[in-house]
Design a protein around this ligand. Sequence first.
Ligand code: ADP
Ligand code: ASP
Ligand code: MG
Length: 412
Amino acid sequence: MALIVQKFGGTSVGTVERIEQVAEKVKKFREGGDDIVVVVSAMSGETNRLIDLAKQISEQPVPRELDVMVSTGEQVTIALLAMALIKRGVPAVSYTGNQVRILTDSAHTKARILQIDGQRIQRDIKAGRVVVVAGFQGVDEKGNITTLGRGGSDTTGVALAAALKADECQIYTDVDGVYTTDPRVVAKAQRLDKITFEEMLEMASLGSKVLQIRAVEFAGKYSVPLRVLHSFQEGPGTLITLDEEESMEQPIISGIAFNRDEAKLTIRGVPDTPGVAFKILGPISAANVEVDMIVQNVAHDNTTDFTFTVHRNDYNNALQVLQGIAAEMGAREVIGDTDIAKVSIVGVGMRSHAGVASRMFEALAKENINIQMISTSEIKVSVVIEEKYLELAVRALHTAFELDAPAGNTAE
Ligand code: ADP
Ligand code: ASP
Ligand code: MG
């Protein structure tokens, strides 16, 4: 008998009918003899609705109170699912993060899980109950409700699987696995049978929201077998695996990720002297703004232009700080741009192949897409481009790296 943790995302519990369907599915698993712990998200759209309510009161709501509120979305779905199971004769009980005691740090709206008390859940499992746990939430040492960041129910699922030493963590969603790129943008995207943790981490951190990055980190760290599947269609899904197969067939690129949530800032004409990068980025990081890509160009007149990207939510804050720095340093000007996007190619196959980046640049050049910034690591190449060319770029790269599905074999 196996213990399986199953996480169902927002669209999979988006209506009462769907919740009933999920209950049917869980019931079938139970009849097959497995013990099941279910993690659910809020009904689709609910978390956004709640955040909007808060923003009507204040542009920047107090994080502690925001967490008290947004955590209610998941509390509704756990109770509804438990009711639907009990109605079907399946013993079930629901718990909030606080009730389980999913202990987190106190970083409201982006808390990290520190510890999970699995005892209560183990007792319920022994008593034959299906345990339904609220995703996305926990409690800090002082008893404050915390949340884990958008998409955080994935992390609840994986962390519970690790704590309970489950045999598998299954992430059920509205696509039937992890694709070579977002199947909603590229119809010819293909489902991957497997992807390595390392690649999935890159994909998640570079914008593929199919799994929250912390969920992948957790699964890698605690060796939790992790699979992404469609909630209501049969199929093998995608296994996230540790092993990197050394096969000739392995594609150089496994996937393409993209992110629209970035903004670019440039400070022009700063003196090209030691310590410039620190003078600029020190105050930015002191303002709690995370910097992603950085480029510095030296001009002929002993001045330099310094460009970096930040999350779009941090743009106004970063711009203000940068204007202050510019005045202090006597820089020529500060320029901001929010109409950018980042496109990345990811694959462990890059390690053993030269020329991957130039192939990427060639494909973009053929479409006349200008590259504004570039960054590389061992298994990825990212470029910043104008946002309006994003979809074109993703499609062109998908074709250039031979990821397109054969005709008639597409996602939807
Ligand atoms: P859930 O509510 O179930 O957590 P999400 O919306 O968070 O679902 O994640 C699933 C979505 O992720 C898909 O609908 C798809 O549009 C998007 N997505 C982005 N990149 C990929 C990818 N490489 N493979 C599959 N889905 C992807
Ligand atoms: N409901 C939360 C969100 O919308 C958490 C999740 O769905 O994973 O981000
Ligand atoms: Mg999600």
